[in-house]
Design a protein. Structure first.
Length: 388
């Protein structure tokens, strides 16, 4: 399998530097109301193998049969997260009132991992997220910075694809978001007392104050695959579209907590023949794709450490439209609730389907039927048939 690019789970150690103009060996801090402050955000590289280490013996690559070739990279992008290089920073001045509401905001764009600006002495809240690269005007992500200064909401809008499964409010599927990372530090104190600083640099006449800030993913990657056993050419492909239901509509950047509203996310899939299951050596056909979401509703999945901490009880369905060799097509709907909850930070979602057990569609003109596939023990399935 082609080795993936590492993600930047950007676990950042932020250094605050207070620059002084004095040439004394260890000068006092002058009681000016403003001083320069530098932020340094070194990147820590972390790949999916580490980020998806739910179990000590779990390696997602052994489960992932679909693979990831040059066409997949062209069509879907990289399989994992990509490292951002431009960031948006919002600074909120609290004066001498830590924990207070935001009344003003300073906006900055940070190129690279270093930021320098003038700061007033006192408390500050600082919010950072990666800037979304505009790819030909096709950005899906929307940021709400107007409703309140105390939090910023990120979300996407509805598309034109109908949403039929586990969609109690919205009757159409939503676009995937772009990759998004965010970090929030509250009550950062810029002091006029030298005792509050960690280090003094004689060469630059600068005091250093260390602050811990972490930027975590607030969008989560699901790699979905339907492995077709005993196909023998009966299913020839897919129409290229798929949906994942029960995912969050958006996320609050300040907290990393996903929105309560459950929506369906529309994404693309591709069909490959004669793939090999690494554990068994069996040859199968596979419909696979990459779905980027805001994760499970009503939680910060990056902070979850165990399955029993997952709060939301939404059902999750994945539907894929298959094309048969008799010219018919059928939408198969898979209940993947248990898998999504188990892989709450994203991961591989696998359905194994024995084509010998599938009744072939026979009605001409569009989809022959929808097949809701309920998973049972020993990889046996029950099909609930329904006309469009």
């Amino acid at each position: 399998m082609t080795r993936i690019r590492p993600i930047s789970l950007i676990k950042s150690l932020v250094l605050v530097l207070l620059a002084l103009s004095s040439c004394q060996r260890v000068p006092p801090l002058h009681l000016h109301r403003e001083k320069h402050v530098d932020f340094l955000l070194p990147m820590v590289q972390l790949d999916l193998l580490v980020y998806w280490s739910y179990d000590l013996d779990y390696d997602w690559r052994t489960e992932w049969t679909y693979g990831w070739d040059d066409y997949d990279r062209e069509f879907f992008g990289e399989i994992g997260y990509t490292e951002p290089s431009i960031f948006d920073l919002r600074r909120y001045y609290l004066a001498d009132q830590p924990g207070s509401n935001h009344t003003t905001v300073d906006e900055f764009v940070v190129n690279g991992n270093r930021f320098r600006a003038r700061y007033l002495f006192g408390y500050h809240d600082i919010l950072v997220w990666n800037q979304i690269e505009d790819k030909g005007g096709a950005q899906s992500l929307v940021l709400d910075e107007v409703t309140t200064l105390d939090s910023i909401m990120a979300f996407t809008n509805m598309g034109i694809t109908p949403s039929r499964y586990e969609a109690p409010v919205y009757d159409r599927a939503f676009y995937q978001p772009e990759e998004l990372f965010a970090g929030y530090s509250r009550d950062v104190y810029i002091s006029d007392d030298i005792k509050d600083y960690d280090h003094y640099d004689e060469e630059t006449a600068t005091y250093y104050k260390q602050i811990d800030m972490e930027l975590h993913p607030v969008t989560y990657i699901y790699l979905t695959q339907v492995r077709l056993h005993n196909n023998r050419g009966r299913i020839e492909g897919v129409d290229g579209e798929a949906n994942m239901s029960g995912m969050a509509r958006g996320v609050t950047l300040n907290t990393g907590i996903a929105n309560r509203d459950a929506v369906t996310v529309h994404y693309n899939v591709r069909f490959k023949r004669d793939c090999i299951i690494s554990q068994t050596g069996e040859h199968v056909d596979v419909a696979g794709g990459r779905c980027l979401t805001f994760g499970i509703p009503n939680q910060n999945s990056s902070r979850v450490t165990r399955v029993d901490e997952v709060k939301d009880r939404s059902r999750h369905y994945m539907d894929v439209n298959f094309l048969f060799n008799n010219g018919m097509d059928s939408t198969f709907v898979f209940d993947v609730t248990d898998q999504v909850r188990k892989r709450y930070k994203g991961g591989v979602i696998t359905i194994d389907l024995d084509v010998d057990t599938i009744p072939l569609p026979s009605r001409a003109g569009g989809s022959g039927f929808d097949a809701v596939v309920k998973e049972f023990e020993e990889e046996q399935y029950e099909f609930e048939m329904g006309k469009d």
